[in-house]
Design a protein around this ligand. Structure first.
Ligand code: SDX
Length: 428
């Protein structure tokens, strides 16, 4: 058996060092021992955007980017999307195992009875401009939500942690729906606890004058599957922010607000909205080659394509593409689907995309479904956040329980001015 170590020679000193290789990594702190003399701070690794840095050990989600595999606690996403539901997947991600019947019923009940928010939070939300972007409303309101639970800062209290995890999962759909209603200038609809999480969300979005809104079961199921698909994705940008913010021991509401802000970016959870903007810009099939050419010149990005980890199909995009056809049977097809399918076909045959292993990701088709279901583009990242809040919280609690973790604080390479004396204004 070959030695599981790495031997390096520092040619500045001729010294040789041997580091253990564990789980396909070397410990970055080991290379700090490589010094030219005793005054030397020691070597660091330089990794902008952490492209080749493992920040933690996690047992929650596994991705094989080359094979297009995604597992939640070992279960293939395809099986969970077919056989499970979002609340059960939330339990799985948070606890590591699928729940038994009693465990599931108890968890589902707890989530259901926490869907309401304090009336003052409603007044807070009504303070936003009538046309404020719902993602901005969501970010602000999540921070405000934490002020109603001052004990949430006791993050090392397991009972308090669990209660706030339940509250956030349960209240995210309510706040998300109310952010939509605020941005549409419509009255808020209170939760209907007789409905499923996805069904209740649709009711709070869609209900107008009817006494009770009963969602179309197929659309309810489609949304539930979309929440499953978006629930977690290992150390993506927003989850890294959740872990980073949480590492200072802030409360989970503040950390979730920070993660939601990161998700909002067009390169991350905002991409599903950017796909629709891109399809509108392209407009018709005959203009696809012109847009693809712009991408290849670096003047545009094919939104919904590419991924830091997947160098094959994002398995979620295949499930979503199939889901789209089921939704369109009810809502009527989205004319942009044909355009998207044609773009995918052309891109997957183009050397530029093949060479860079750029495939459709989770965002390429999800926006088409949301639009067909009547959601405005501004709501797309909000819908992403309803699913992803479960992953953020599962990763957050894993981080808090990980004895190897401490407050996140990367180093830097300083490129600024050397020490210099202050210059009074009259001599500048
Ligand atoms: C999500 O991390 C996650 O898991 C995220 C996510 C999750 O569930 O949390 O999966 C959700 O955020 C999915 C990604 C959604 N974003 C988009 O669809 C935006 C478009 N995609 C890209 O901007 C890009 O692909 C990223 C941001 C997703 C990944 O960027 P990387 O890994 O930093 O890759 P890169 O920007 O270094 O690109 C490598 C090359 C570059 O070309 P060269 O400089 O080598 O010539 O590929 C090119 C890029 O220009 N490229 C693209 C492209 N994506 C990468 N060119 C055209 N269109 C694209 N979409």
């Amino acid at each position: 058996m070959s030695k599981q170590t790495l031997t390096v020679t520092d040619n500045r000193t001729g010294k040789t060092y041997e580091f253990p290789i564990k789980d396909g990594t070397i410990n970055a702190m080991d290379i700090r021992n490589i010094k030219v003399d005793d005054n030397d701070f020691g070597l660091m690794s330089y990794d902008p955007a952490y492209q080749n840095t493992a920040s933690c050990r996690s047992s929650i989600t596994y991705i094989d980017g080359d094979k297009g595999i995604l597992l939640y606690r070992g279960y293939p996403i395809e099986q969970l999307a077919e056989h499970s539901n979002f609340v059960e997947v939330a339990y799985l991600l948070l606890n590591g195992e699928l729940p038994g019947k009693d465990q599931y019923e108890k968890f589902r009940h707890e989530v259901t009875v926490h869907t309401f928010v304090h009336e003052n939070l409603k007044k807070f939300m009504e303070g936003f401009r009538y046309d404020a972007n719902p993602m901005g409303i969501l970010i602000g309101t999540l921070g405000a939500l934490g002020t109603f639970y001052p004990n949430a800062i006791n993050v090392n209290d397991a009972g308090e942690r669990r209660l706030n995890v339940i509250r956030l999962i349960a209240k995210m759909p309510t706040i998300a729906a109310w952010a939509y209603r605020q941005s549409m200038g419509m009255p808020y609809v209170y939760p209907d606890n007789e409905l499923s999480l996805a069904g209740n969300f649709l009711a709070m979005i869609k209900r107008i004058a009817e006494h009770r809104y009963i969602p179309n079961p197929k659309l309810e199921r489609a949304l539930d599957v979309l929440f499953i698909l978006h629930a977690d994705h290992e150390q993506n940008c927003s989850t890294s922010v959740m872990r980073g913010a949480g590492s200072s021991l802030t409360d989970p509401y503040s950390a979730v607000a920070a993660a939601t802000a990161a998700l909002y970016g067009p390169l991350h959870g905002g991409a599903n909205a950017e796909v629709l903007h891109m399809l509108d810009e392209i407009g018709s099939r005959d203009r696809i080659p012109e847009f693809i050419a712009k991408c290849k010149e670096g003047k545009a990005r094919l939104m919904g394509f590419g991924h830091r980890v997947y160098k094959n199909f994002d398995p979620r995009s295949r499930i979503i593409q199939k889901l789209a056809h089921e939704v369109f049977e009810i809502t009527g097809s989205n004319p942009k689907l044909d355009l998207a399918l044609e773009i995918e076909k052309i891109a997957l045959q183009d050397e530029y995309f093949i060479k860079r292993k750029l495939y459709p990701n989770v965002d390429f088709y999800s926006g088409l479904i949301y639009q067909a279901m009547g959601f405005p583009v501004g709501m797309f990242p909000v819908l992403f956040a309803i699913g992803r809040v479960v992953g953020w919280l599962a990763q957050w609690q894993e981080m808090l329980n990980d004895k190897e973790q401490k407050i996140a604080r990367p180093r830097q390479i300083y490129t600024g001015a050397a020490s210099r004396d202050f210059v009074p204004m009259n001599r500048r």
